[in-house]
Design a binder for this molecule. Structure first.
Ligand SMILES: NC(=O)c1ccc[n+]([C@@H]2O[C@H](COP(=O)([O-])OP(=O)(O)OC[C@H]3O[C@@H](n4cnc5c(N)ncnc54)[C@H](OP(=O)(O)O)[C@@H]3O)[C@@H](O)[C@H]2O)c1
Length: 217
């Protein structure tokens, strides 16, 4: 599968690129500037050599990808999607961002009027197949391929096939289990709950995530 990253040059994009390159996918590292994309590609290849990783502009990554991960800062997501909306028709687009501002050891949830960042981009790019995933996992953990992540991720969306494909991809991230969390409108609760995880992290000086229990095998 061709997996593209918009803003693939930060910790989230690079870490996920490493995970998906290791799983055998073709990774397309997008950036606003080709030089940064090329540097990020070198970083991924230094960790996972001899894999298919290509550097390109965000536009090209969107055009060529089967699945597009948005890995820009949360407050850049809306303008970024507005700039590429016409290219997202029919694409599976994964929103991982959380609208949180962290200051003085406290996270404040600042959702857009649409309810969540994922629902906001569904309004901007109505032809895209939006899925919410990976909100609850610290991005720094994706890049550490020597350790399993040991976390569930609640995956949300209104397009069942797109959600299933993204859940399959999440299962390919070492130690991540994807749980179907229902419709895209539930993303607001997943994004918002990360506020609580951040509070726990400050309180316990930790990097927590969560597991859903009680599921049948
Ligand atoms: N912190 C966590 O543990 C956590 C957990 C789950 C999800 N997330 C989400 O993961 C996402 C990415 O995190 P990150 O730390 O990798 O982000 P980041 O390093 O701050 O940004 C990633 C890339 O986005 C591009 N970018 C930066 N500002 C931009 C702007 N104003 N407009 C367009 N592109 C811009 C840059 O790429 P170029 O300059 O190369 O274009 C940058 O390298 C965030 O939305 C965050 O909410 C974070």
């Amino acid at each position: 599968m061709k997996i593209g990253f918009v803003g693939g040059t930060g910790p989230a994009g690079i870490g996920l690129a490493e995970q998906f390159a290791a799983a055998g996918h073709n990774v397309l590292v997008g950036s606003r500037t080709p030089e940064r994309a090329a540097r990020a590609r070198e970083t991924v290849l230094a960790t996972i050599p001899a894999t298919s990783v290509t550097a390109m502009t965000n536009d090209d990554a969107v055009q060529q990808a089967d699945v597009v991960f948005l890995t820009v800062p949360f407050d850049a997501q809306r303008p970024t999607v507005e700039g590429i909306a016409d290219k997202l028709d029919g694409k599976i687009v994964v929103s991982i961002a959380n609208p949180l501002r962290v200051a003085n050891k406290r996270a404040v949830f600042e959702p857009p009027s649409a309810g969540s960042l994922a629902e906001e981009i569904a309004m901007i790019a109505p032809g895209a197949r939006i899925v919410g995933a990976l909100h609850e996992i610290r991005v720094s953990r994706f890049a550490d391929l020597s350790h399993e992540i040991h976390s569930d991720t609640i995956v949300t969306g209104d397009d069942d096939e797109a959600k299933r494909i993204v859940m399959d991809l999440c299962h390919q991230i070492r130690g991540v289990r994807a749980i179907d969390g229902g419709s895209l409108s539930n993303t607001r609760y997943v994004e918002g709950f990360v506020t609580v995880l951040v509070a726990i992290n400050f309180r316990y000086k930790a990097g927590v995530s969560y597991r859903i229990t009680g599921l049948k095998d």
